[in-house]
Design a binder for this molecule. Structure first.
Ligand code: 25A
Ligand code: L14
Length: 338
């Protein structure tokens, strides 16, 4: 249980990474009541300074003793680091909001999108898991549809930006693009193939069922967050040469009758969603417009011409913000406000 205070001691684990830096930015921009801020990363980054509200903060090495006196720890250093250090953080008395996949599917650990299922957070949470980025933006759009019409099946294809795989991947797309345009060759290292001028139907590792782990996260996490294991999800996750923001093509079939016009009206009234859907003016959600924005953008909402009680839409959101850092900080805000 988080004791009520006017300010909280906050630690960011993985603070030097793409998500960690975004966390510092969002804590500052939303004026989160931070008393003391600790920025933690691997030994590689110790001594480096990051900036918080215009002041320098020095990176310390993340270890078991990092969390004494910390109230809220935000983890964004990957699943291995979370598995190793989140339990000791909880032992020293802080609440961990974990951005990795390490604990998401553990039955006793809440998996939370604040607009969708804040009630999943019990009175004494310990670790709260932040869902996968592609899942978060999809369930924000699906929740009102599920509440009104009960979803039977979702077929989704993603167009995911390279920032999802961290800072090194951002640099790989930059360097590869430049090298190839200059007529030089460029060997891939983060991805198994060239990502510049290409699309890779491969995110995270392949599993025995032929799907990738990223695809199965979209299945399992969607069912857990919406609290309904009967929802069928059929995903294909694809990496595209975009730096920031993930886009998704989503087909939804419901049990109750519905149509695109009704869904458009319902989604337009939701907090956290912005409907951008004026095809006659060439207006629809775009990755470049969603970047650095908090909302989940939905457009191209239209009836499925091949199936009754089904629609298609296009959903775009900033994967480093709503897909990671912002969602985690919204969870922290919920904790201190409730
Ligand atoms: O392990 P996984 O689950 O497979 O995850 C792989 C990677 O995916 C990213 C993240 O990469 C992660 O490492 N990732 C994970 N979840 C994500 C999500 N939900 C996600 N990306 C998007 N959405 P990353 O490079 O962005 O962040 C890695 C952070 O974790 C720290 N870290 C790694 N091992 C650690 C550790 N911390 C403690 N103990 C360990 N054993 C890592 O710290 C980083 O903070 P670092 O010391 O290795 O710092 C990396 C160096 O990279 C440079 N740099 C990073 N970002 C920027 C940058 N430079 C300029 N601008 C930037 N924006 C710095 O030089 C920094 O020192
Ligand atoms: O599970 O590479 O949250 O785009 C988020 C980023 C998995 C990989 C997660 C990517 C990670 C994903």
């Amino acid at each position: 249980m988080l004791a009520k205070k006017s300010q909280y001691n906050v630690a960011v684990a993985g603070a030097t990474g793409a998500v960690g830096r975004k966390m510092l930015e969002i804590l500052a921009e939303r004026n989160f009541p931070v008393a003391n801020l600790k920025v933690l990363a691997s030994a590689r980054s110790v001594g480096q300074t990051l900036s918080f509200k215009g002041n320098p903060v020095t990176v310390e090495e993340l270890n078991e003793n990092s969390f004494g006196g910390v109230d809220i720890a935000l983890f964004s250093a990957g699943a291995g680091v979370s598995r190793q250090f989140a339990p000791s953080a909880v032992k020293s008395g802080c609440i961990v909001i974990d951005n990795s996949s390490a604990f998401r599917m553990e039955p006793n650990i809440p998996l939370v999108v604040p607009e969708v299922n804040p009630e999943a957070i019990g009175s004494d949470p310990g670790i709260i898991a932040n869902p996968n980025c592609s899942t978060i933006q999809m369930v924000v759009a699906l929740k009102p549809i599920h509440d009104n019409f009960k979803i039977k099946r979702v077929v989704v294809s993603t167009y995911q930006s390279v920032s999802g795989s961290g800072q090194k991947a951002i640099e790989e797309l930059q360097n590869q693009t430049k090298n190839l345009l200059d007529g030089k060759s460029s060997k891939p290292s983060v991805y198994p193939h060239q990502i510049a001028f290409n699309c890779l139907p491969h995110i995270d590792i392949f599993l025995e069922n032929g799907y990738t782990k990223e695809e199965m996260k979209m299945v399992e996490e969607t069912q857990k967050i919406l609290g309904d294991a009967s929802i069928q999800v059929s995903p294909t996750t694809v990496r595209v040469p975009v730096f920031y923001s993930h886009s998704e093509s989503v087909n939804v079939e419901t049990e109750k009758p519905m149509n695109a016009a009704e869904v458009k009206k319902i989604l337009s009234g939701q907090s956290g969603i912005r409907v951008v859907d004026n095809p006659e003016k060439n207006e629809y959600p775009l990755a470049i417009d969603a970047t650095d924005r908090d909302e989940v953008f939905v457009g191209r909402i239209r009836d499925d011409i091949s199936c009754e009680n089904a629609i298609n839409f296009w959903v775009v959101s900033d994967n480093l913000r709503k897909g990671a850092a912002l969602n985690a900080i919204q969870i922290a805000e919920y904790l201190i406000q409730r």
